[in-house]
Design a protein around this ligand. Structure first.
Ligand code: G3P
Ligand code: CA
Length: 271
């Protein structure tokens, strides 16, 4: 694997290598690691029996093809579901598709994802997004903080940063684990003038790449205010270009292998 040029953005895999693999499955994360991703992004929700699981949507319709809410089910029940087939409904008809490991398509706990990363022989960042609103409110951050402590990752320099669109959730996280890096996500440009007055000085900002396409000035203003950026979801050469022009620290992408390849080509062209 090539070494990273110091000025190139970190490439974080959004829900794993989710362009190709079912999002948030172990298969998607293993593929991202195999591609050499610098980090992994995941959304987390609490089950009814208090486990943090990597699932984006509140309900199970899209990714497990069934009714029900993550928050009202126990982990053991979620573990019966198939979180993979929706992505490749015709997989069984495809003779050339490599065999899938069944467990790699089941619900993934945040603890398991942390274990996978802790076992690696290189540093891999994890961007954990807590989803709000949720019926469990601040319990989500409490559980994330406990898990971070279990891994010793609540200390300065740990590989995890916690992200949220909810400023309140991040304030909570800061109280629970003051040394963990935080990322305030932004989905609308007008939120920035409000947020800039309240976010912590050392917080990162996470605008969607669409916002940066719409308003380069937004990115410049965030940088001028002294915040590094984690930008999502950066999937095309155009997206990457705008991020590089603005000196973004990390790009969060569904296509880690493709982006790493683009960056490698650039490095080759630069000599
Ligand atoms: O990385 C931040 C990004 O994931 C936020 O949007 O909907 O994909 O969680 P969403
Ligand atoms: Ca997310």
């Amino acid at each position: 694997m090539s070494t990273r040029a110091p000025d190139r953005p970190l490439v974080l895999a959004h829900r794993g290598a989710s362009d190709e693999y079912a999002e948030h499955t172990l298969a998607a994360y293993l593929a991202a690691l195999e591609a050499g991703a610098d980090g992994l992004e995941c959304d987390v929700r609490l089950t009814a029996d208090g486990h943090l699981v990597c699932v984006h949507d509140r309900n199970l319709r899209r990714t497990a093809s069934t009714r029900g809410l993550v928050s009202t089910m126990d982990l053991a029940d979620l573990d019966q579901l198939d979180f993979s087939s929706w992505k490749h409904p015709w997989a069984e008809l495809d003779d050339e598709r490599p065999d899938q490991v069944e467990e790699h398509g089941r619900v993934l706990t945040l603890r398991k994802l942390f274990e996978v990363v802790a076992d690696l022989d290189r540093r891999v960042e994890i961007a954990v997004e807590t989803k709000h609103p949720t019926r469990y409110g601040g319990l989500v951050e409490r559980r994330v903080a406990e898990l971070l402590r279990d891994f010793g990752w609540d200390r300065p320099g740990g590989p995890v940063r916690v992200m949220s669109f909810s400023y309140t959730a991040l304030q909570r996280m800061e109280r629970l684990a003051p040394d963990v890096q935080l990322v305030q996500l932004i989905e609308h440009i007008p939120y920035w003038p409000v947020l800039r007055r309240v976010v912590g000085r050392d917080w990162l900002l996470g605008p969607g790449v669409k916002l940066l396409h719409e308003s380069r000035r937004l990115g410049e203003s965030i940088t001028r205010a002294g915040h590094d950026m984690h930008v999502w979801t950066v999937n095309t050469p155009d997206d990457l270009r705008v991020c590089q022009e603005l000196g973004v620290r990390a790009v969060i992408t569904d296509r880690p292998a493709y982006l790493l390849d683009l960056l490698e080509q650039q490095a080759g062209a630069d000599g």
